[in-house]
Design a protein around this ligand. Structure first.
Ligand SMILES: [Zn+2]
Length: 320
């Protein structure tokens, strides 16, 4: 549990700018992780909104920087923790992974106090910031190498916290929701074992912060807080989402990627999606849709190597 701070001694109706220190990291120096805790007129519920788990996703950090300035704790019911950049070294490297060991932080939770650099970071975040919450919203932005249609993942787990995660995801007004059997080490996979409901969202991509992305994430965060009774939401009821599964299409060759579709496009089975070209210009491969669906993720960084994800299709698994 927590060693570096104690939420129980923070006063009601207070805004607290705090930092975690991860010592012995890199060249004998500490990594500092700033976070802000708002305590409202009552202490429950406890919600965590975290972003910057991957260092090349920026819509979440930007919107949380705004919320850190704007939220009035006197208007809140509960304790809200905002962590804009959970993985500072990956952020400074402009990379998904932690440059210290090339570990993926979102495959390392709940972490290990005596493990690799990434495992120790995961352990610190999990002990100090994750445990003790009722629910977590984990803001992602796919990666700098691709564009993504906005969507949310919730755990495809049929237990009590899984049900609360599903209900929270449905409150966020996404067009696409993806129930997912998260692999070991994903933040939500680890948190669920401690009865913490988790939703992971994907907005943006391409290493950008855009007005559309910010508007989406602003609405998502407010809806998340309202769903758990932390504040009121004045707006439309959430739309009925499309519940999707996905299919990844990977490169088999190295070369220049040329896209024939856009994110959000509906494509038919057999439709040409992208091509990969040799340095001479010769077409090395044509990637076609193995089934009808939506172009959910499209690689936008056009130099590719074998194994690179080029397209992810969404298709509706079932209608609710
Ligand atoms: Zn991510």
């Amino acid at each position: 549990m927590r060693k570096q701070w104690n939420p129980d001694i923070l006063p009601l109706r207070s805004r607290n700018s705090l930092k975690l220190a991860l010592p012995g990291y890199g060249e004998g120096s500490s990594v500092e992780i700033p976070f802000t805790v708002f305590v409202g007129g009552q202490r429950d519920p406890h919600l965590l909104v975290i972003s910057g788990v991957h260092g090349d996703e920026y819509e979440g950090p930007a919107v949380l920087h705004d919320f850190v300035q704007e939220i009035d704790p006197a208007q809140l019911r509960g304790t809200l923790t905002l962590v804009p950049i959970a993985n500072p070294q990956a952020f400074h490297a402009g990379a998904r992974r932690n440059p210290a060991d090339l570990g993926d932080l979102n495959r390392a939770f709940p972490g290990n106090a005596t493990g690799s650099a990434t495992e120790r970071l995961a352990h610190l975040l999990f002990q100090e910031l994750v445990l003790g919450n009722d629910a977590i919203l984990s803001l992602h932005g796919w990666s700098k190498e691709a564009a993504v249609v906005p969507y949310a993942e919730y755990p495809d787990v049929h237990n009590e916290p899984g049900g609360r995660s599903c209900a929270a995801a449905h409150a966020l007004d996404f067009e696409f929701l993806h129930p997912y059997q998260w692999p070991a080490g994903v933040l939500g996979e680890a948190a669920l074992k401690f009865d913490i409901a988790t939703v992971e969202t994907e907005v943006g991509g391409m290493g950008t912060v855009t007005p559309d992305g910010q508007a989406t994430y602003r609405d998502v965060v407010i809806r998340f807080m309202a769903h758990f009774g932390m504040q009121d939401y004045v707006g439309n009821v959430p739309r009925t989402p499309k519940i999707v599964s996905h299919t990844d299409l990977l490169a088999n060759s190295a070369g220049l990627l040329r896209s024939r579709v856009c994110p959000g496009d509906w494509v038919e089975r057999g439709q040409l999606l992208v091509t990969v070209h040799a340095l001479s210009g010769e077409c090395l491969e044509e990637v076609r849709a193995p089934r009808a669906g939506i172009v959910a993720i499209l690689r936008t960084f056009n130099s590719v190597q074998p194994g690179a994800r080029l397209v992810q299709l969404f298709w509706e698994a079932e209608r609710e």
